[in-house]
Design a protein around this ligand. Structure first.
Ligand code: AHG
Ligand code: MN
Ligand code: MN
Length: 282
């Protein structure tokens, strides 16, 4: 599986270069979620597809920017689901963005998820890698050739960061009570609109809550299960936190029907997920 990590390191360098130097404009296309595509979304997807074509253990790939699953190697064992450039609409205002990868073996669901990774393109390029049963590992891009290991990531029982997603006017009353309750306790608002830096910050600050709930306008939430929600659910769970849906059920129980299915999601340290369960009565 580490051959996939090596490929992700190479991909990170190439996408970082593309972000630094390429056109930030919109392409003509839309992705399967009906979102307009930046040329960088398409470019990042092509970089990943090209690099994964040299990794024979990868059987298929699924991308936020592709309508259907793409077959790569008959003898491959893994399906890699990825969001090539998450938060891409933030690139033209020079905020941090990321790439997210879920590595699946057997079933395309929480059970089949065996590893996950993300890359943050920020002031520094950083990468987090996790294999099921192990602690998440943090690396940073030392130079154009290698990532160096920084340390393992663990979450405390409680934090003080609140990252509330979704359109506030469409929040359900019990969700608003959860978010306001945390602010009442003195939590700090830290929300950039990019889930990768927003979730990375909570991990490195060792606690807090990231939520993207079901809302009146989007009852199933916005974030895609296979290549946004599930990879982070594995990382948060392996770091000693929790990742649940709006029924308080672990997101690692998710079984998407379609490759672009979404789910409401709550990821954080244990205290904040307990607060969610109390507010939602689950
Ligand atoms: P993407 O750019 O890949 O479509 O993902 C953006 C997502 C995620 O990064 C973030 O948490 C969420 O969109 C923000 O949505 P809102 O703007 O509705 O808060
Ligand atoms: Mn995304
Ligand atoms: Mn994206």
């Amino acid at each position: 599986m580490l051959i996939i990590l090596k490929a992700i390191e190479d991909i990170a360098y190439k996408i970082e270069k593309a972000i630094q130097h390429e056109d930030l404009g919109y392409s003509e296309g839309q992705n399967s979620s009906g979102e307009s595509q930046l040329k960088l979304d398409v470019r990042s997807d092509a970089i990943i597809e090209h690099r994964f074509k040299n990794v024979s253990v990868i059987k298929d790939i699924i991308s936020e920017e592709k309508d259907e699953i793409m077959h790569l190697h008959d003898k491959g064992k893994y399906t890699v689901c990825y969001d090539p450039l998450d938060g891409s609409s933030l690139v033209d205002v020079n905020l941090s963005v990321g790439s997210i990868f879920g590595i699946y073996k057997g079933s395309l669901d929480g059970e089949g998820l065996v590893a996950a990774a993300y890359v943050v393109y920020g002031p520094r390029v950083e990468l987090v890698w996790v294999q099921k049963g192990q602690k998440p590992k943090l690396y940073y891009a030392k130079n154009q050739k290698e990532f160096s290991f920084v340390g393992e990531i663990t979450l405390n029982e409680k934090g003080n960061i609140n990252a509330p997603g979704g359109t506030q006017k469409h929040w359900e009353p019990h969700h608003k009570a959860l978010i306001d309750g945390l602010f009442e306790e003195g939590y700090r608002l830290r929300y950039s609109g990019g889930m990768v830096p927003d979730l990375h910050q909570i991990l490195l600050k060792k606690g807090g809550l990231f939520s993207y709930p079901g809302t009146l306008d989007k009852p199933k939430g916005k974030l895609r299960q296979l290549f946004e929600v599930l990879p982070f659910a594995l990382i948060y769970t392996m770091a000693g936190g929790e990742a649940v849906d709006s029924k308080g059920v672990s997101l690692l129980q998710l079984k998407p029907d379609h490759i672009h299915d979404t789910s409401p999601c709550f990821l954080g340290s244990r205290y904040e997920i307990q607060a969610m369960r109390e507010a939602y009565g689950v």
